[in-house]
Design a protein around this ligand. Structure first.
Ligand code: PEP
Ligand code: MN
Length: 333
């Protein structure tokens, strides 16, 4: 981190600031220029409050030269992280196709979809049991029963399961869940992230509706700083001024996250577009851009889905999508 001090700063003011910085275990290199003094701060600057430093009367400007995330940072961990759940691997050249309904609705529905996902080459079964809905009057998911039905679908097909957690209180219910999903709305629920950090479960962390990639990585850092390194990042579209699609899929997030971090990156074209007709092309584009996996909503009867029917594809469409994604991956490999 580099801090430039204003001209006219007295030696006493400088000493005061240097003492403060040294108390944070930072090494400070001072370069006295004709007009300005430049301080080079070396060490773990992640604890420095950049806004506070910037606000000091004698400080002209402050710039970070290294990112505030450490454990998620590729600079300190050059090799790709491979997250393993059962016999499925994600990252470092391993690709996973995650598919299933937005929400678990009944035993018949989840078993039917699970069997289709398996038959058409899916690797992991998704299904929401706890649903974060914009309206409190909308279907909120089958909750505990939904997790039980997912377990049955896992038993019937052998597919690992992923489902969303909404709060720390229900963590015990997730024992048999292979990947715990943190939804977009909870990306900055720091208490939840820290609790998940104390487990060794793979966590799929979705980007918030209006969060930057650095904020996503800082949320991953919350989990990692508690000891859990099994994190999969997920781009699921961000809110922009465009209204035709539900969100705007930020495809550039894939190479950016790969540059900045060693964690695998999965793309969810269903929530990104909100329209089933767009899911196929965005899944293919994400695979072409180097995603480590795709997560799509598949329903056996989208017109009657209790949640997100408009963006759900049928099992047959999933079959086509999976074949095309596989082809694209062969080409880019
Ligand atoms: C989901 O995947 O079921 C979901 C609610 O997605 P998001 O958190 O991205 O809106
Ligand atoms: Mn959904």
């Amino acid at each position: 981190m580099i801090a430039v001090l204003k001209s006219g700063t007295t030696q006493e003011q400088k000493d005061h600031l240097l003492n403060w910085l040294k108390h944070m275990n930072l090494e400070v290199h001072v370069s006295n220029g004709k007009e300005f003094t430049i301080l080079g701060l070396v060490g773990d600057t992640s604890k420095v409050d950049i806004d506070l430093l910037q606000s000091l009367e004698i400080v002209e400007s402050v710039k970070r030269v290294s990112e505030p995330f450490k454990q998620a940072n590729r600079k300190f961990h050059p090799n790709d992280t491979v997250v393993t759940c059962g016999n499925v691997k994600i990252g470092g050249g391993h690709f996973a196709m995650i598919a299933g309904p937005c929400s678990v609705e009944s035993k018949d529905q989840i078993i039917q979809v699970a069997e289709a996902v398996k038959a058409y080459g899916g690797d992991v079964l998704r299904g929401g049991a706890f649903k974060p809905r914009t309206s409190p009057y909308a279907f909120q998911g089958l909750k505990d029963e939904g997790i039980q039905l997912l377990r049955e679908a896992k038993k019937a097909t052998g597919l690992p399961i992923i489902t969303e957690i909404m709060n720390v209180r229900s963590l015990d219910l997730f024992e048999d869940v292979d990947i715990i999903q943190v939804g977009a709305r909870n990306m900055q629920n720091f208490d939840l992230l820290q609790e998940l950090g104390k487990t060794q479960k793979p966590i799929l962390l979705k980007r918030g509706l209006a969060n930057t990639l650095q904020e996503l990585l800082m949320s991953a850092e919350y989990i990692m700083s508690e000891g859990n390194e099994n994190i999969i990042l997920c781009e699921r579209g961000i809110r922009t001024y465009e209204t035709y699609t539900r969100n705007t899929l930020d495809l550039s997030a894939i190479p950016v996250l790969h540059e900045l971090s060693h964690l695998p990156v999965v793309v969810d074209p269903s929530h990104a577009t909100g329209r089933s007709s767009l899911v196929h092309s965005m899944a293919v584009a994400a695979a072409a851009a180097g995603a480590d996996g795709i997560m799509v909503e598949v329903h056996n009867d989208p017109a009657h889905a209790l949640c997100d029917g408009a963006q759900s594809i049928t099992p047959e469409q999933f079959n086509e999508l999976n074949k095309m994604v596989t082809k694209v991956r062969e080409v880019i490999r």
